[in-house]
Design a protein around this ligand. Sequence first.
Ligand SMILES: [Zn+2]
Length: 420
Amino acid sequence: MSPDLVVHSARQLLSLASPEGPRRGPAMGELSLITDGAVGIQGDRIVLVGNNQEAIAAAGSGSRLIDASGKVVMPGFVDPHTHVVFAGDRASEFEMRLQGASYMEILAAGGGIMDTVRATREASLGEIVNQSRKRLDRMLAHGTTTVEAKTGYGLDTESELKMLDAIRLLDESHPIDLVPTFLGAHAIPVEHKGRVDEYVNLVVEEMMPALEPAGYLDHQPPLFCDVFCEEGAFSVGQSRRILQKAKDLGMRLKIHADEFNSLGGTALAVELGAISADHLACTPEKEIRLLADSNTVGVLLPGTPFGLAEDHYAPARKMIDMGVAVALATDLNPGTCYCESMPFILALACRHMGMTPAEAIVASTINAAHAVGLGHEVGSVEVGKKADLLILDIPDYRHLSYRFGTSLVQTVIKAGRVVS
Ligand SMILES: [Zn+2]
């Protein structure tokens, strides 16, 4: 049977075929590039990856052809760490920060994330879905086809479940696939201020047991659980308690570690077999070594220091050289990084973290797919995988990090359909 759709004549087809799992070390700089490349799609799946002659031979009279002459074709971006679902915005806090207030000072004063918690608690499910959908539309237009989405602006059982409902509704109704993460331990809500252990009890004894009757633990692949392990948020001991409970419930683990202070969150992630440890801006060398020797992916978020106008970028160069499987994400959130664009994150990664353009592409596609447990399904152009493809109007993949501030994505194909 001939393919429904054939994308042909790509000057560079970046296949990123990685049957061995996430790429590390020198392999992070390899794109498995095919010149004069072509991709055949049947339904929502890739059925052919090769050169032009093979594609033309396979195409039938019913096949739709898309000419990618002079262009770059690559897998859709996977954004493996976002807080895309929320209500309201924090434009006024942005202005306060520009005038000198720090993120932790704003948080200690009851502002910052608490503003978003208030707005998200007050908003109806429909309002949250509608506001978040616009962000997903922009993400799709910038080439993102799979998004991890966290809760964590509810911080009570009812509102956290409302956020999971919003993520599910968006996944069902938007072309982007959303991967849900429960982040009940994102911050300590005002009603538990100064009583963190009491809030951890609520997370472990009320919120997490409510996930199963609400149908969130039947989800395939299983729901992720994340914790913000940081001074002013949750200690390593509290994080361990929450993540261990999640593990007992069959959830997969993620952690916000070492964003501002090194508490030992990365070592905890490795010890518990977390799928990823995220931020890692000030991870000590001995914990980088633990990460390199583990299956935990290091998800780096250079948009956050940029968004805060600070310079605590994660040491990506050192991590890659030491063998960590590095991924990149936007960290899209209304406080520290309101950024919907993965290409902009690639541009930052090359300038502020010493990554090469090829490493940045690997980190935002196949390695990012592994960071959300979908390495078998998306993140590379391989036969059998979901047909999530981008056509970029650039002559060479390096333009993707070299140029910034405008979208170079010409066409987005999601699950075999042209969607943007
Ligand atoms: Zn985050």
